[in-house]
Design a protein around this ligand. Structure first.
Ligand SMILES: Nc1ncnc2c1ncn2[C@@H]1O[C@H](COP(=O)(O)OP(=O)(O)O)[C@@H](O)[C@H]1O
Ligand SMILES: O=C(O)C1=C[C@@H](OP(=O)(O)O)[C@@H](O)[C@H](O)C1
Ligand SMILES: [Mg+2]
Length: 161
């Protein structure tokens, strides 16, 4: 969360003139409600079901840039879908920076807690190996402007063709 998937994904798609999709936005559009509302009524598991179904749909598309949510990698089936259908980029970011970037945003239910730092540390410990397991490339977004991140990802993607 807050590492830049939505922002960088959108800019990357624009740079290479491909359609951009974001699993969270697609879920919001298909349900007509925001992510916090889905967590409120269906819990995290309800959201994960919707997320997996949406990922199944969106990974069928060819020639697109897709941003996922930070927890999409939790399900093995999702990791498999990502690895088998695309060039997967893991956007890493130090927790201090994530806290700055997400402080004013109330759209991430998992960070609406007394101690978001502790929550992020727990999530990172659980998820880091999963991100590394599916990524074709990782990049630290903490100190880099978004344009430079996009350029670096494209370089790496092209050198893997
Ligand atoms: N490279 C960057 N440098 C500075 N701020 C960034 C960068 N990438 C994203 N941000 C900002 O961080 C916040 C979270 O970004 P977002 O793209 O929503 O992350 P994610 O989709 O991974 O949760 C946004 O306010 C965005 O403008
Ligand atoms: O890390 C997570 O479990 C989540 C990350 C969010 O997306 P971003 O990573 O784009 O913030 C969103 O899918 C939901 O709030 C759950
Ligand atoms: Mg996002």
């Amino acid at each position: 969360m807050g590492t830049g998937k939505t922002t960088i994904g959108r800019q990357l798609a624009k740079a290479i003139k491909l359609p951009f999709y974001d699993t969270d936005k697609a879920i919001e559009e298909s349900t007509g409600v925001d992510i916090p509302t889905i967590f409120e009524f269906e819990g995290e598991e309800g959201f994960r079901e919707r997320e997996q179904k949406m990922l199944q749909q969106l990974t069928k598309l060819k020639g697109v840039v897709l941003a996922t949510g930070g927890g999409t990698v939790l399900r093995e089936a999702n990791r498999k879908l990502l690895q088998e259908n695309g060039f997967v980029v893991y956007l890493q970011c130090p927790i201090d920076r994530i806290l700055e970037r997400t402080r004013k945003d109330n759209q991430r239910p998992l960070l609406q807690t007394e101690n978001p730092r502790q929550r992020l540390e727990g999530l990172q410990a659980q998820r880091e190996p999963l991100y590394l397991a599916c990524a074709d490339f990782k990049i630290d977004t903490g100190m880099m402007p978004s344009k430079a991140i996009v350029t670096r990802i494209l370089e790496e993607y092209r050198s893997n063709l």
